[in-house]
Design a protein around this ligand. Structure first.
Ligand code: SF4
Ligand code: SF4
Length: 207
């Protein structure tokens, strides 16, 4: 192969585009002029216009594209498995858990700890119940296996805390007694039937 064509280093013969170099500004006035020329370009005003237009649409036309978290929250799926809730019986307000221990047995992360004892009426009561949310993988097995639908996954997904133990106690997960009428029922075995309100009546049984 001939190397002749590589020996021609005369770039003047080729079709290069030469960039003109600005002379370096000498005086302060020239320097200021160059800074202003480089700063204030048409694109700057296009960007500002887009920002102002989007702000106007969001504030006055109701076209807000962001969510004001934590004041607003996006809806989550009803099947979402977040922090557990322990439900109460609607009739008596007593917790539904019967202390069978199935949830503790099936938990694949081994993060449920519970204990039971007999009260003064020789009825079984749950004396301790904790879930270590540092280990829980929110698989849902505990809620699936519960025969009383006592433990369910609620919608509370904000699980940050300075101490893990602060949100894993039975009392923390139990429906507050004054919020019983807002307790959400979940369909499934052991759930309250759709016409439960008609069937509920005062019972002499002490739950
Ligand atoms: S959701 Fe799964 S890992 Fe979490 S407590 Fe229930 S069974 Fe255990
Ligand atoms: S499976 Fe349900 S009823 Fe049984 S101990 Fe767990 S929460 Fe209580």
């Amino acid at each position: 192969m001939s190397l002749e064509k590589y020996k021609d280093r005369n770039i003047g013969n080729q079709n290069y585009k030469l960039i003109g170099h600005e002379a370096f500004p000498q005086t302060n006035g020239e320097k200021f002029e160059r800074v202003m020329k480089r700063m204030v370009k048409g694109e700057l005003f296009v960007g500002l216009w887009v920002t102002v237009r989007t702000m106007f649409e969001a504030l006055f036309k109701g076209q807000m594209h962001t969510t004001k978290y934590p004041f607003e929250k996006l809806p989550i799926s009803p099947r979402y498995r977040a922090i557990h809730e322990m439900l109460r019986l609607l009739e008596s307000g007593h917790y539904r858990c019967i202390g069978c221990g199935l949830c503790e047995q099936i938990c694949i992360s081994d993060c449920i700890r519970m204990d039971t004892r007999y009260d003064e009426n020789q009825r079984k009561e749950v004396s301790e119940y904790t879930i270590n949310f540092g280990r829980c993988i929110f698989c849902g097995y505990c809620a699936e296996v519960c025969p009383e639908l006592a433990i369910v996954h609620g919608p509370r997904y904000e699980t940050s805390s300075e101490q893990r133990a602060s949100f894993s106690l039975f009392e923390d997960m139990l429906t507050p007694i004054d919020a019983l009428k807002h307790q959400k029922e979940y369909p499934g075995f052991g759930a309250v039937s759709p016409n439960a309100d008609e069937n509920i009546k005062k019972t002499p049984l002490a739950y």
